[in-house]
Design a protein around this ligand. Structure first.
Ligand code: SF4
Length: 620
C-alpha cells in the first residue's frame, strides 16, 4: 500500500509544517510506502516567479480594462503595474536569495539604482533615506514580496494572504454551499493551484502505473491520500487537492483530511457537503484514526461506507447521507458530549477495536517523530517581516520542528478551551527517541536548529533533552540549538535557566496572562549600566475581549508617569506589537538595580496575553 501526504496551501513559508512528516513516519512504521509533499511552498513559489507574475499582471490589466476594480483597488493596481518590468526583472533573484541562494544579491539590493516600490518597500526605504545596509537586504526583499501579495489581493483575489488563504470563509461557519462557491470563484485556485494539481496528480498516477486505473486491471488496494489542514486558510486548498486527486485516480484514492482545523472547527459537523471531497475526516493526533482506516481497507472508498464500529475518532457520510461520527470514546472528553448532543448526525459508539486504536495513538505520541526525508529545505524562504529578534527567530531560519509533548501541561489560561483534546490529553514524548530522530534529521538536512512547537514546553522534557544534547556534544557530535514557547511557572528557576542556556536553549517566548482588574509587574535588571541614552519598550500580545471592542491600557512605569500608547493592544487577531519611547522612565543605580513596568488589562476586556516584553536600550 502507498500513501501520499499533502500539506495544502497556505501554511508557513520558512520550514515544512511538521504534521505530514509525523504521519509519514507513522505510516512507514506500519509498512506503508509514504511520501509527503508541501503544496504550500510550491504554490507560493509558483505565484512569486517570473512566469507567475506575468500571468498575474496580464490578468490584472484585464480586470482594470473591464472595470472590475473599485477606486481604491484601481489606484493601487495602477501603481504596481507601473513597476511591472522591474518586478519581473527582480522576482526570481529575490525568491532565490530568500531561499538561501546567491548571498551576493544582498549587495545588489543595497546598491540598486531602481527597485520596484510598492507601499511596504517604499516605507522601508524611506525610513532609511533610500539606502539600505547589506544586512537589511532580506527585510527589503520580504517587503517587495509582501507588496506583490497586496497587488494580488487588490487586483485579483481579495482572500489572498501570504501565509493564509480565505480564512474568513473557512472560519466564519459559513454553510458548505458558500465554501463550495468560494472554491469555484477563487482566482488563486483557478489560475495557479488547479493547473499545478492537474500535473501533480497526473505524475503520481503515472508513478503508480497499473495501480492507478483502468477498468480491466486487477483491483489493487487504494492509495491513501492524506491532507492536513492545520488552519482554516488551508481548507479551500485541501478541497481543490482532494477534487484533483479523485479526478486523476478515481476510486483508487481514499482521501482523508485531518489536522488542527478539522479537529476543532469540524468537530460539530452536520453538513455532509465536505464529503463530496473527503472520504473520511480524521480527528485529533490522527494516529488512532489512521490505524482504524488502514484496518478497514480495502473496503473503504468509492462510495463504500465502513462497517459500524470499524473507525476510531473519524467522520464520514453514511448510506443515508447523514454525517456519521464514529469511535469518539470517553477519552475524547468534551468532544464526545458535543457529539452526543447533536441531532443532525448519527453518533456511532466506539467499536471493539477502540482500545487498540487508543493505545496505538498513545504509543505513537510517545515515539513517532518526523525524519523529514521527504522535505527539501532549500525550497523554503527566510522571511524577515520584522526587525524584532523574536519574530525573526520564528521566520528567518528553516527549523526542524518537533513537539516535546502532545497536549498542554499548563492547562490554566482562562481564555483557553482546556477541554479540547489537543490541550487536555497530555502525553509527553520520549526525549531519547526524539533526540535520536532529530540526530537522523540533522545528518540528512545539515540543520541542527530545533523549534519545539509546544504551547508550553514542559520543564522535565526540556531538561531531559538538554542533558542528551550535552552528551551529544561530549561525544563529538555538533549539538542542537533549540527554542520554543513557555509559560513562566515556578519550574523556571535561575539555575535551570543557566543550565538550559548552556545546553543549547537559545530563546524562549512566553505568554503572560492578566485577568481584568489586576496588573502584573515585570522587572528588568539594569545592573552594570551607567548611562542610558535611549530606551524603547515593546509589547507583543493580544487581548481577549468580553465585548466586541475591548482593548487594554497597556502599561505604566514604576517611576514617573507615561501615557499609554495610542496603539495599545486590542482584541484584533493576530497578536500585535505596541512600542513606546521609554527613555524617561528607565532608571539605573537604584538598589537592586531594577526597573519595571506594570501591565494592566483595560476595562472592557477579560484577559490580556503578553507574549513578549522587550526593553531595548542604547546604554553603556
Ligand atoms: S498554554 Fe496554550 S494550550 Fe496551554 S492552557 Fe494556555 S492557551 Fe491553553
Amino acid at each position: 500500500m502507498k500513501a501520499i501526504l499533502v500539506q495544502p496551501p497556505f501554511a508557513q513559508l520558512n520550514a515544512p509544517y511538521p504534521a505530514v512528516h509525523y504521519l509519514e513516519s507513522f505510516l512507514r512504521g506500519r509498512g506503508i510506502e509514504a511520501r509527503s509533499f508541501d503544496h504550500s511552498i510550491e504554490l507560493y513559489r509558483r505565484v512569486f516567479s517570473r512566469s507567475g507574475l506575468e500571468r498575474a499582471f496580464a490578468d490584472a490589466k484585464s480586470a482594470l480594462a473591464d472595470g472590475r476594480l473599485d477606486e481604491t483597488a484601481r489606484t493601487q493596481v495602477e501603481r504596481y503595474l507601473s513597476y511591472e518590468p522591474l518586478y519581473l526583472e527582480w522576482i526570481d533573484g529575490l525568491v532565490d536569495f530568500l531561499a538561501g541562494g546567491d548571498p551576493g544579491m544582498a549587495h545588489r539590493l543595497a546598491s540598486a539604482a531602481e527597485l520596484p516600490r510598492g507601499e511596504r518597500a517604499e516605507a522601508f526605504l524611506a525610513e532609511r533615506e533610500g539606502r539600505i545596509r547589506c544586512e537589511e537586504a532580506s527585510a527589503l526583499a520580504t517587503r517587495i514580496l509582501e507588496d506583490l501579495g497586496d497587488f494580488v489581493a487588490f487586483a485579483l483575489d481579495p482572500d489572498f494572504g501570504t501565509v493564509r488563504y480565505a480564512e474568513r470563509i473557512a472560519s466564519s461557519r459559513a454553510s458548505f454551499a458558500e465554501i463550495r462557491e468560494a472554491l469555484g470563484s477563487s482566482y488563486i485556485m483557478r489560475a495557479f493551484y488547479r493547473p499545478y494539481l492537474e500535473r501533480f496528480w497526473r505524475e503520481r498516477a503515472e508513478e503508480l502505473g497499473a495501480e492507478a486505473g483502468g477498468a480491466s486491471r486487477p483491483r489493487l488496494p487504494p492509495l491513501l491520500v492524506l491532507l492536513t489542514l492545520p488552519f482554516p486558510g488551508c481548507l479551500l486548498g485541501g478541497l481543490a487537492c482532494a477534487e484533483a486527486a479523485k479526478e486523476a485516480l478515481g476510486d483508487r484514492a481514499l482521501v482523508v483530511a485531518g489536522g488542527g482545523y478539522v479537529s476543532t472547527e469540524l468537530r460539530g459537523l452536520e453538513d455532509g457537503g465536505v464529503f463530496d471531497y473527503f472520504d473520511v475526516l480524521s480527528f485529533d493526533a490522527g494516529y488512532g484514526s489512521l490505524a482504524s482506516i488502514i484496518d478497514a481497507l480495502p473496503g473503504l472508498g468509492g462510495g463504500r461506507a465502513p462497517r459500524d464500529g470499524a473507525l476510531y475518532r473519524s467522520m464520514y457520510r453514511g448510506a443515508d447521507g447523514r454525517v456519521v461520527a464514529a469511535g469518539f470514546d470517553a477519552a475524547a472528553g468534551a468532544a464526545a458530549t458535543d457529539l452526543d448532543a447533536s441531532g443532525g448526525r448519527r453518533v456511532e459508539p466506539a467499536g471493539a477495536g477502540s482500545e487498540r486504536f487508543a493505545a496505538a495513538e498513545r504509543a505513537a505520541l510517545e515515539t513517532i517523530f518526523p525524519d523529514y526525508r521527504s522535505a527539501d529545505f532549500g525550497r523554503y524562504l527566510r522571511i524577515v517581516d520584522s526587525v524584532n529578534p523574536m519574530h525573526r527567530l520564528w521566520s528567518d531560519a528553516p527549523w526542524l520542528k518537533y513537539a516535546l509533548a502532545r497536549g498542554c501541561y499548563w492547562h490554566r489560561c482562562s481564555f483557553c478551551d482546556t477541554r479540547l483534546e489537543y490541550v487536555a490529553g497530555y502525553v509527553p514524548a520520549r526525549v531519547e527517541a526524539l533526540a535520536a530522530a532529530a540526530g537522523e534529521a540533522a545528518a540528512r538536512t545539515g540543520l541542527r536548529g530545533i523549534h519545539f512547537v509546544d504551547e508550553a514546553m514542559p520543564m522535565a522534557s526540556l531538561l531531559g533533552f538538554a542533558a542528551l544534547n550535552r552528551a551529544r556534544a561530549a561525544a563529538g557530535e555538533p549539538p542542537f540549538h533549540f527554542w520554543g514557547n513557555v509559560r513562566y511557572d515556578a519550574s523556571w528557576t535561575a539555575d535551570r535557566c543557566e543550565y538550559l542556556a548552556a545546553s543549547g536553549l537559545v530563546a524562549v517566548s512566553g505568554g503572560i496572562e492578566i485577568a481584568s482588574g489586576n496588573w502584573i509587574l515585570i522587572r528588568f535588571s539594569l545592573v552594570g549600566l551607567t548611562t542610558i541614552r535611549s530606551a524603547t519598550l515593546s509589547i507583543y500580545g493580544r487581548s481577549y475581549s468580553t465585548g466586541s471592542s475591548g482593548s487594554f491600557d497597556a502599561w505604566s512605569p514604576l517611576y514617573g508617569s507615561i501615557k499609554s500608547p495610542t496603539n495599545s493592544l486590542s482584541n484584533a487577531w493576530p497578536y500585535s506589537w505596541s512600542s513606546v519611547d521609554y527613555t524617561s522612565n528607565v532608571r539605573i543605580g537604584d538598589a537592586p538595580g531594577l526597573t519595571g513596568i506594570r501591565l494592566y488589562a483595560g476595562p472592557s476586556s477579560n484577559d490580556l496575553v503578553i507574549n513578549t516584553v522587550e526593553l531595548c536600550l542604547d546604554a553603556s
